[in-house]
Design a protein around this ligand. Structure first.
Ligand code: ATP
Ligand code: MG
Length: 151
């Protein structure tokens, strides 16, 4: 039976980064790597999470005139992982289905950011209202340890 008086492992604290300039993107990636490391992600997943932070924060700069990034340790009772979320007060996205397509870009760039983020993470949600702003949230779960019985 779990001992409720036993000290709990410290959960890494959430981090919020305000993204206004390009340098903020690099600070955010570094914070993300630290948090992903503290949660226990391996090198490959840490790199995936860094790419996601790069893409979402670049979208804040390029499409929304800046915004906030929030990085947090999440659990759902069974699993533990990391959430990467952005919020902005930019112009919003009129057609989200279109924005999620590979190759669609209003900035005449690759249009690979959002679909790439969705592929790299385990869950992905985007909500946007034209004239109000955009909220993106993506979660990566830590692979479960092999608990298949005693040796
Ligand atoms: N935060 C945002 N606010 C407003 N529009 C956005 C935002 N993020 C993405 N978009 C819209 O969704 C489109 C697709 O985004 P995505 O990141 O996939 O491509 P991109 O940023 O145009 O190009 P790439 O990321 O490959 O450089 C953008 O061109 C833009 O129109
Ligand atoms: Mg992009």
């Amino acid at each position: 039976m779990p001992d409720s008086t036993a000290p709990q492992a410290e959960s890494p604290l959430p981090v919020t980064c305000t993204i206004k300039r390009e340098v903020d993107v690099y600070v955010a990636i570094s914070r993300g790597r630290e948090l992903a490391n503290a949660i226990g992600f391996n090198e490959i997943d840490r790199t995936r999470i860094e790419i996601v932070i790069l893409e979402l924060t670049r979208n804040l700069l390029v499409h929304a005139g800046g915004g906030d990034l929030r990085l947090s340790h999440v659990t759902d009772g069974e699993r533990t992982g990391m959430a990467v979320a952005t919020v902005d007060n930019g112009p919003g996205i009129a057609d989200i289905d279109m924005a999620m397509r590979d190759g669609y870009s209003t900035a005449h760039t690759l249009g690979a950011g959002l679909p790439g983020v969705k592929r790299l993470m385990d869950s992905f949600t985007i909500e946007s209202t034209v004239g109000v702003g955009t909220h993106v949230r993506a979660v990566k779960w830590l692979p479960r340890r092999n608990t298949g019985g005693r040796r």
